[in-house]
Design a protein around this ligand. Structure first.
Ligand SMILES: Cc1ncc(COP(=O)(O)O)c(C=O)c1O
Length: 497
């Protein structure tokens, strides 16, 4: 077989400034040429000495690359006769990349929204922008010193509990602390044995979708409603049907249209997301009767309930349901921070083991050090103090936002106070497309979520979800001023309004 000296050498480009060592670069480039078929089986490689001279590298660089390629079956050396491309990869590998199978239909549907659900709102905000995104918490109020101390307490541990795979149900002291917390704050009436710790509510939705639904099972969601929860059910191949929301909460689905009853309904009774309506006691009773009549599940998304500024919280569906068909999902994303990825599921006893097993298949429990720190955070009363502080802070921020909207944007937006949660609904006075408005504002560095993104099929009046938790009350007039200016600018552009 002929040597490929000149052609091979022309194709090799080593970058001395790159962080990757030269022997690894040489290894990677030779490997690619073999896999791509440009160095076919039996090709004789230039000698080590030639490569050293031509490439201007040390002998050890070439030898290391050759040794690795030989160990992996790409090259073979014949004693006294040089180094050849071996058959293993060059024959087995396609000469050219062939077409790959496409994403599955479920995969394509699940990933169609991209990693930013709201593509215009980034995950982190530059100093010169204003974020009014709905689920943003006050980063300045995060109890960083306490959190750091509690993490430090557990981060250095080397005992098996801290180092090994953790209990798939979650760290027992955290389950106990969560049970105390939800019984105290939400009157759930559950035991620690009914709690499973998850990586936020999203993992709980995904596990429940796998556990309770077969592909094709109809699911009911609120329209408008929480987007990521809906996607978890859709990603299992389940068609979702939206039910409207009136001033008593989610309306029950029609039952006499010949369609099979939904196998599961996902609801936000404490505070409808995103509209902010608390479900009435009568509507709660109707939903529980619906689940019993149809043999359906209810997933109660209770992620927004604790940040309440006025009025009393109504009991959870979980606490009202005697038929064990309701599962409650909670999260520390809004009460603490979304980045810690901790949430929980409160389950009827007989679902605990199946849920924990499925949960460890889908994602394993969250990092133990975080679970241990959170257990202490709860049991030492820090969450209660943090909630007291943030409730006051957020109430003041909400007032400041509503004042600033009134003064600077009253001609465009009508917004009223909310009893709970982290955002107000800003109803647009003109019949414009709210998604276009949000994009126009984002182009001016001001981030909001448009209500249109939350709709499934229903026509809704245009509105923006305007979060108040992430903006200091003193800064609110200036931040809303930027929103007003960005709006004016967008409206003046040819594509605006
Ligand atoms: C309605 C609703 N459910 C759940 C969550 C929490 O999701 P996660 O715990 O996955 O961050 C949020 C958070 O923003 C929410 O608004």
């Amino acid at each position: 077989m002929k040597s490929v000296g000149g052609r091979l050498l022309a194709g090799l480009e080593l970058d001395r400034a790159a962080p990757q060592p030269l022997h690894q670069q040489l290894y990677a480039q030779l490997r690619t040429q073999i896999l791509m078929g440009s160095l076919p089986t039996g090709t004789r490689l230039p000698s080590t000495r030639t490569l050293v001279t031509e490439l201007g590298v040390s002998r050890i660089t070439v030898v290391s690359a050759f040794e690795q390629l030989t160990a992996e079956g790409f090259l073979r050396s014949r004693a006294g006769d040089g180094t050849y491309v071996d058959t293993l990869w060059s024959d087995a590998a396609p000469q050219r990349p062939t077409s790959r199978p496409p994403l599955s239909e479920r995969g394509a549907a699940t990933s169609s929204r991209g990693t930013d659900l709201f593509s215009e709102a980034p995950h982190a905000w530059a100093a010169e922008t204003e974020s009014f995104v709905a689920s943003q918490v006050a980063s300045s109020a995060f109890p960083a010193a306490t959190w750091k101390r509690l993490l430090g307490r557990h981060a250095g541990r080397t005992d098996p509990l801290a180092i090994g795979y953790s209990d798939p149900h979650g760290h027992r002291p955290l389950r106990e602390a969560i049970a105390d917390y939800v019984n105290d704050v939400r009157g759930l009436g559950c035991t620690a044995g009914q709690i499973v710790v998850t990586s936020g509510a999203q993992q709980a939705f995904n596990v429940l979708a796998v556990l309770l639904l077969d592909a094709g099972d109809p699911v009911v969601v609120e329209d408008p409603g929480h987007i990521s929860g809906r996607l978890a059910f859709q990603s299992q191949g389940c068609p979702v049907r939206g039910v409207p929301v009136d001033n008593e909460g989610a309306v029950l689905p029609e039952e006499h249209d010949g369609a099979p009853p939904a196998r599961l309904a996902c609801l936000t009774p404490a505070r409808q997301h995103p509209l902010g309506i608390a479900m009435s006691p009568a509507r709660r009773a109707e939903w529980i009767a619906w689940a019993q009549r149809n043999g359906s599940w209810i997933v109660e998304d209770d992620c927004d309930s604790e940040l309440r500024y006025r009025g009393k919280l109504l009991p959870t569906l979980f606490g009202l349901d005697l038929s064990r068909q309701v599962i409650t999902v909670g999260s520390f994303s809004k009460v603490l921070a979304p980045s810690i990825r901790l949430g929980y599921c409160v389950l009827p006893e007989d679902l605990v083991e199946p849920f924990a097993s499925a949960s460890s298949v889908i994602g394993r429990p969250p990092a133990m050090v975080l679970q241990m720190a959170l257990a202490d955070f709860l049991s030492e009363g820090h969450l209660h103090s943090h909630l007291r502080r943030t409730r006051r802070l957020y109430a003041a921020r909400q007032d400041a936002l509503l004042d600033a909207i009134d003064q600077q944007l009253g001609h465009r937006i009508q917004a009223g106070p909310v009893d709970a949660g982290l955002h107000v609904m800003g109803w647009l006075r003109e019949p414009v497309d709210d998604i276009q408005v949000a994009r126009g504002l984002a182009a001016g560095g001001v981030y909001t979520y448009p209500l249109g993104e939350y709709r499934l099929t229903r026509q809704l009046p245009p509105a923006l979800l305007i979060g108040f938790a992430g903006t200091a009350a003193e800064h609110m007039p200036q931040a809303v001023g930027r929103m007003a200016a960005a709006w004016d600018r967008w409206e003046r552009t040819p594509s605006g309004s």
